[in-house]
Ligand binder design. Sequence first.
Ligand code: IVH
Length: 686
Amino acid sequence: MNAPPEDATEAAAELARLAAEIAAHDRAYHEQDSPTVTDAEYDALRRRNTEIEALYPHLARVDSPSRRIGPAPAGGFAKRRHRVPMLSLDNAFDAAEFEEFCQRVRRFLGLKDAVLPLVAEPKIDGLSISLTYEHGRLLHGATRGDGMEGEDVTANLRTMAAVPRTLRGQAPASIEIRGEVFMTKADFLALNAAQEAAGLRLLANPRNGAAGSLRQLDARVTAGRSLSLFAYAMGEASEKVADTHWGFLKRLEEWGFTVNDRSRRLAGAEAAEAFQTEIAAARSGLAYDIDGVVYKIDDLDWQRRLGFVGRTPRWAVAWKFAAEQATTRLEAIAIQVGRTGALTPVARLEAVNVGGVLVTRATLHNEDEIARKDVRPGDTVVLQRAGDVIPQIVSVVDAGRPDRGPAFVFPDHCPVCGSLAARPPGEVVRRCTGGLICPAQTEERLIHFVSRSAFDIEGLGERTLREFHAEGLVRGPADIFHLPEHEAEIAAREGWGDVSARNLMRAIEQRRCIGLARFIYALGIRRIGEANAKLLARHYGSYRAWREQMEAAVVIGSEARSSLGGILRIGPAIAEELAEFFAESRNLDAIDRLAALLDIQDAEPVGDGGALEGKIVVFTGSLESMTRPEARSLAEKLGARVADSVSKKTDLVVLGTDSGGKARRAAELGVPTVDEQAWLKLITEM
Ligand code: IVH
């Protein structure tokens, strides 16, 4: 090793310099394919970084090259759309929450006190993948990605012994199998030892080890790593393969997959609780890290009926182990300003390892929370982290010490633009009133604007956009679509080059054509998340109609305002939020300038575009073939909106047995009605 740093200050400075330098080489190598140093020079920089970190572990940076597993290969893998989205799971953290899950299932299926048949599978925090087999042969494999679209890593998956190339025995003509790719604790330690010996970067945890090994552009690198796979779910299949999930797991084994041998078939919450205790006790002795247990309803027909809410299935839940805790020093409380002006306190902490993750920041939620916990800079605090959630401060350890600093005073002015930060009565959040003049708000809005569910512009990530904003190249959303006029200037920037600049311009051009719902969501109006943006888009249909109606809705008591507030699940509070946004002429200007540069597509019908698309349906009385929640969810899947009461706007009333007042009201208003048999016929024929 060259001379070690003189002291911690020098070490910290050198680590900062190394992080920046290595990141620049990484960009040059991976994004521009034009390395600026030799491999040996590059390795020497990394080795120096690792060595200094070994001498000063507490100085290891969050962005340290040793913690990064290499940048996402820029355009390295082809994208693959999942035919059935790969969703995530709802969590339960204790027996009461697990019981709630069971209750929800019973309520939905209309089961009274039934003991639910379950399958329990230890939950490994690895990398979920999808494998498509046609006529028993592996056709392709992909990572989960954002759930809708992943990366095609077929070549890498083929190098894994645990991934069957051909299925044994009787397999359907086509089937998609899902599972978790992971690294055992032993393989992870061995990999890191080898990395260290070679002076290469160390991996933070087995999950990163698995992800980094699988997402290698050179499949030979993946082949040299030990990766394991447990199969546990199914995507699309050409035929029915089992009646129960347990039966499906057995078939997976017949076909040649490995199923976690700790999986169990159980009945009811009590058995689940016992299993949870048993696994928690066995946890440290298992060959792999787990963070909880996944419980799935065993009956596949029930699973089908239960379906999904949003991005999670109703038929499964991940019961996570209790949060991991650690103690550290609170260095400072910083105030962040969000896209809607909310002032959020963030604790900056002396770096500490909590359950395998290096934590340097924690959320403090809001000013009341700080007061309640009486946290002050300089305090020693207990920190906790559960699953993927942001770490939280639980309590102060040394509140009684004599030299403690003064209580934290929450600012009443925006720390970024200096405008008044107001807290309306009854609200917990204090907000900057600077609106569009506040650079922090504008910047956060821009970040939101290009985020995945909004304009999703590849190559325009958070860091780049912050840079462009700071330099005045992008002041508002419309400027993004003027970037192509600055292509040469961008290509000349450090770390860019012709190829990256051209790719960015192409990505921007592709997004000039955008769906109405995405457009509305991208504007970042308070309370207009993806779901509400979709509702608005479906209701108004076209950009012009929406824009016109929103401007008209600014007037309280106008027809446009009451129509907006009357949209199911929008309501008066959200209507007011929209009206407030449109009352601001600077917002209107910004939208108009943006819209002039875009081709905003009319809202497409959702669901299957069935005959219930956009229809308002009311259920009354009890149905025999399904419960109310199930009927509601079915109708919504077919594009309908389900209302609670009958009005002139109702399109259809479904009459169960004992339907009273609503049936009469439908008759009075001349709203069409159907009985349960006709309803079933209607939905099955769609
Ligand atoms: S089933 C519709 N089963 O957990 C959801 N997931 O939080 C289907 N995971 O992305 C997932 N072990 O990466 C399922 N036995 C198991 C699992 C499991 C780990 C992961 C998976 C998924 C995440 C959801």
